[in-house]
Ligand binder design. Sequence first.
Ligand code: UD1
Ligand code: CA
Length: 454
Amino acid sequence: MGVAVVVLAAGQGKRMRSERPKVLHPLAGRPLLAHVLDRAFELTEPGSVHVVHGHGADRVRAAFADAGVRWVLQAEQLGTGHAVAQAISAISDGDRVVVLCGDVPLVAVESLRRLAETRSGLALLTARLSDPTGYGRVLRNADGAVERIVEDKDATPAQRNVTEINSGLMALEAADLKRWIARLSNNNAQGEYYLTDVIGMAVGEGVRVEGIEVADPQTVLGINDKAQLAAAERTFQRAVADRLLTAGVTLADPARVDVRGELIVGRDVFIDVNVVFEGRVVLGDGVTIGAGSVIADSTLGAETRVHALTMMSGIATGERCELGPFARLRPGADLAAAVKVGNFVEIKNSRVEQGSKINHLTYIGDAMIGTGVNIGAGTITCNYDGAAKHRTTIGDDVFIGSGVMLVAPIEIGAGATIGAGSTLSKDAPAGELTLARSRQTTIPGWQRPRKPAK
Ligand code: UD1
Ligand code: CA
């Protein structure tokens, strides 16, 4: 006796008005289905998770190729009951079956545990909504016991006034499910086989039915259109912000930070407004992030300050670095402690050692920069010859003047000084001043051309 999970994910999601299968639309940077599978894996092992898919089947399978779940094809979408019917032959009679919907991504794991752990009868999650339009309504008798579910399209005006809705998530015994599924008909307003009809069948057979109302209705809302997707995103982000606040992070505005992945924080972190985090980001103690920055898959050392509108992806820094405003740090930017990267500087695939400064208008690619280096404004490592990338190596304590082109492969020896405006295509020796400029000349009495008089 185990737990089997059936995830319903075959629908097209017409109301999304999109080519993309509904369950692949992102919530907090991950497909809806990824959130649902996370929850399924809290209940049972991947091999006992049956994902009913159909619309966009290839795309859905490809997006979760490594999930280890069982794929069940529902070639034609004839309703939620028909969808479950495709999966049941692979489920043992003694199992408890938990039905999840690919479009209900925010449900609390605790609610699902309550469904799974009720070891007999049928249990379903319900919620009270001030506007229940579109949802199946939970009909209860005078004693408050659940009698059946009526779909919105089949409901009478009086039934439509019921505010308790069916979340679509339920658990029941596999043997019961198999018996009831065989009896479903599609004689209803939508001409579909409704899974929800099994609730009335359970009541008819005297099987215990428990409607568990969730405390927070937001967690069981289905996503059928872009407005609901946007609302779910806000619900998700608000919950993340609350967790960050609880962890001691200072947020300039909890409503204006978006975490699309995993954010790991030290103590006394400050995050200004409109910051977006993607993938796995680690912020050390005392890190501050300026307004409008976008930070993906990066690790920032303690006391590092990121100024406004700085973008970074796939980077790592030591302690006390200062980045931005308006800097772009690309994958492989690896900064030691106390490095300064200023405005309009782009760095990729480069190691910069402690205390070096790259303060203005510079491109550094495929470079090694030693300690205590100063790179002047407008410097470019010319790393690409149109076919291959080449490396630039800059020794400790080098001073590079403004507007220098370093044509790679090239090495600048430790302690060297490079004059402003130089274009270097050969190595520069350590400790010396190297210049590569055309000589300045003045032509006395030269006249600027004039337009002829009319
Ligand atoms: C369903 C419930 C409704 C509930 C609501 C909650 C039924 C009949 N109705 O309605 O009581 O209030 O969810 O969100 O179950 N799907 C398939 N194959 C199909 C049809 C649907 O896999 O043939 C999947 C969809 O992809 C979706 C889920 O089942 O993930 C629910 O289907 P949907 O059409 O959205 O049902 P609702 O009308 O929302
Ligand atoms: Ca739905």
